[in-house]
Write a protein that binds this ligand. Sequence first.
Ligand code: ADP
Length: 513
Amino acid sequence: MRRKLFYSLFLLTIVAVSLTISLLLFASYRQVTEENTRSLKNMAYVIQNVCRTLDYKSIEKLNLQDRLTIMASDGTVLYDNYIDVGKLDNHLQREEIQKALSSGEGIASRRSDTLSKEVIYYAVSLPQGNVMRLARANDTVFQQFKGIVHYCIGIFILITVLAFLAARYLTSKVIIPYKRKKQELKAITNNMDEGLVVLDNNGEILSINKSAIRFFSGSKEDYVGQNISVLPFAKEMEQLLKNIQQSDKSTLIINKESSTYQVNGSKTGEQGIVLLIMDVTEKMASEKLRREFSANVSHELKTPLQSILGYSEIMINGMVRDADRPRFLQKIYDEAKNLLQMIDDIIRLSRLDEQPADAIVPMDLLPVAQRALKRLMPKAEKNNVTLGLKTELTSLPMNGVPQLLEEILANLIDNGVKYNKSCGRVDVFLESKEKYWVIRVVDTGIGIAAAEKERIFERFYRVDKSRNKGVEGTGLGLSIVKHGVMLHKGKINVNSRVGEGTEVVVKLPKENA
Ligand code: ADP
């Protein structure tokens, strides 16, 4: 780019200078020719008057520098001050003589064999019917140039040097800001998560950022100059380019490994095409989740409602014995309670999705944990499970949403109590790691099989319902926990052995949640 600009400027100056010199030479040639013609005319006027009174011999006394020829009206040469008359042929056909005979005067310019030079001829008719002609050698452009050639070369060299320096200066003046802008743009595009590719109309890559290179293969190869049709996803890309040519804009979804990418392409004027490659895996997954969630919610709400309807219908129809009535009523009560719990959890989950960033405040995790434990104390006593808080820390300052963290802890303790054995324990450990506060909720309960560990965080997922028989739950508790931990930019892990117990580890960043 720099070299190109420099040469363009330099060449432009050289061409301009050469053209100027040529035009000046041409103008000076015209000027000299006009000057010579005018002077010949004046001289002819003087001689015309002399010839009126004197004979040809007296003309010689004028000591003329120019060649003078006098011809009779039939073209016969009567007198010539340069050449012997006998050696000259008939001049009737000469252009200037013809003109002088027809209109009184004539001018012509041609190469003279007699003088072997470019010559200007000026002819006038004389009163006696003769024709007088004056001729003067007129230097050609090149002959004139000979006289000033050394000046021209000097000027040319000087201007070439000046042009070289000026071109270099101007180039750097233009290039430096341009380079800076280019670097800025490169820094921006290379730090973009989205892939950006600029193509010409034939699909040749003009520029490509780091994310796009990663998308195509992950290596650091230079793609500029290559055609998009030789890269991975060639078929899809070719189809995309075709669509863009036809309708200016087009979109493409590409699945690569376990990720989904959306490629948006659009024309940029007549010159090219811009492709923007975005990782939409999360977006697609959350859209899928949302769709599944709506379907699940309807299904999950329907189940307890159908039970309630069923039991109450039997009772209304008087088909229940008095002794069974309390059991039926208890069923209706339990299902209605479950339904209410589920609705509560769904509301909580959707609130989590909309949690505003300003809900995060500086807080202490210790009293939050104490409150959660206190809340679950009655339930633990009822289930004959011992609760304990184990920590040496006196305060755990962090940025977070206190109500949400209490909810997370309460859910984990609740699960520890629910899925426990009689005389079991649930202990909450609060520990400090370099960057995290670590919460461990450890129970001595039934445990979770390895294959179930990932699934328990799914919405509405409950491990084998027969194993949970009698344990109320919605399958939403751990979804709320996971969501809440992610909102605090934390991590959650489950360690468990079936029949021995479960440990849920939550790490929360001490700063910048
Ligand atoms: P639920 O309302 O059923 O408790 P959760 O989302 O809290 O819903 O948990 C999902 C499933 O994971 C539970 O149904 C249960 O089978 C299993 N689970 C959760 N915590 C524990 C635990 N501490 N011990 C054993 N199983 C558990």
